[in-house]
Design a protein around this ligand. Sequence first.
Ligand code: NAD
Length: 482
Amino acid sequence: MSKVPITVAYGDGIGPEIMAASLRILEAAGAQLAIETIEIGEKIFLTGNTSGIPEKAWESIKRTGIIYKGPITTPQGGGFKSINVTIRKTLGLYSNVRPVMSYYPFIDTRFHKVDIVIIRENEEDLYAGIEHRQTHEVYQTLKLISRPGSERINRYAFEYAQQNGRKKVTCFTKDNIMKMTDGLFHKVFNEIAAQYPEIEHEHKIIDIGAARAATRPEDFDVIVMPNLYGDVVSDIVAELTGSVGLAGSANVGDKYAMFEAIHGSAPDIAGMGIANPSGLLLGGVMMMVHIGQNDVAEKVHNAWLKTIEDGIHTGDIYRDSTSKQRVNTEAFADAVIERLGQTPQQLPAVKYSVSQPIRVTYQQKFPHVKKELVGVDLFLHWDQQGRDPNIIGEELSKLNGDHLQLIMITNRGQKVWPAAFSETFNTDHWRCRFMSPGEMPIKHHHIISLLQRAANAGYDFIKTENLYMFEEERGFSLGQGQ
Ligand code: NAD
């Protein structure tokens, strides 16, 4: 078999130790890999490159299309962007797959039956990283959820379930509050679910969903989520199994894929040679399946299960009650290599049948309905006259005219004009909704002349959001209490 080119980044902190151990195991099992090594992360950040990824590294990644990556430290402050987010978004790795299992009774955990695959949307949501400080008191981040993004990840989840014999897909969102963004994700989940009638589906609001996943993980099979919820819930679920050091992760797109552990660079134990390489190794197993070397994936995974079963454990999972031998990273790798060819006796052995990488395209073109501009939300930085909403309401009403009238003011989303409650706390950030009478269509120049009147009156407007109707559907939320 010819060698498959891959790009390897050893990473920061414990990265070099666990990557060396994982590669040693994969190669001992017969992995056919042509490795190109790149340097990304902390050292590159410190040369002043704020992306942390030099051009040479991108060239290798584009050439091989497959990245096997150790954890990377994102220095705090200094404007450094997370490399993981940059790679995921640049390469369109829209799907993050995180299988999490418990290995009871061999690894101590209160939860004996965890077998969950978290499928996390990887490109959108609050990770758009579009943040602004708008007033002295208020900062903003944009949460972006798209139809193609929601469709691809939900379809990926059902395709994954089908290909891997999974029975149920659960979706977590917070669409009781974010009716438009999370509402879209949930709606698309239902549409896609209807195309896979053999797979059970359910939706839970993220708060109760996460609480249930943390207390009754046996109730879940595949869980699909928008980006931020997926990030949080996958760490919670991984920790239930005994250590965050046990889970691997695949970031998959149409052309590229990246494999890693779910944990970080663990600076507290870096250089000590005691880190658990299991998460990165299991990420490597997912990579071997992805590149079609299923026999190697199976051999490594089963030898790893046997090592765990034999009680040979690194410090993070070592317990007197369940473990037999406490080992460091290298000795753990040696133990796995010794067991290549063996299968676990009590834990279920894995079998990787030959499968194609899941390819999902945006199939359901969303119908372009008539879109009409009917008003504008004008956001103001206003900190005068005791922040009295009645005063700003009265003053701003003087800007009415030319098809636009002030109908509502909110402060942090809560309606404060007309009919303010004196108890409502007000910041210096006001959203002022101007609409055309009867929501009649208006033109951009009506908004421009409103802005001109606001500027002439000395208002500091910090941004505008246009209000659209999409045929009968309102393209904006109402104010809280409106
Ligand atoms: P972390 O996951 O690095 O560590 C959390 C705790 O778990 C620590 O006590 C650590 O010692 C332990 N731990 C983690 N992996 C382990 C392993 N393999 N074996 C034994 N113990 C292990 O999380 P953190 O401390 O919040 O983050 C440290 C750095 O890692 C930060 O700079 C963060 O940005 C980065 N990070 C990177 C990735 C990634 O590259 N994918 C993911 C998460 C965090």
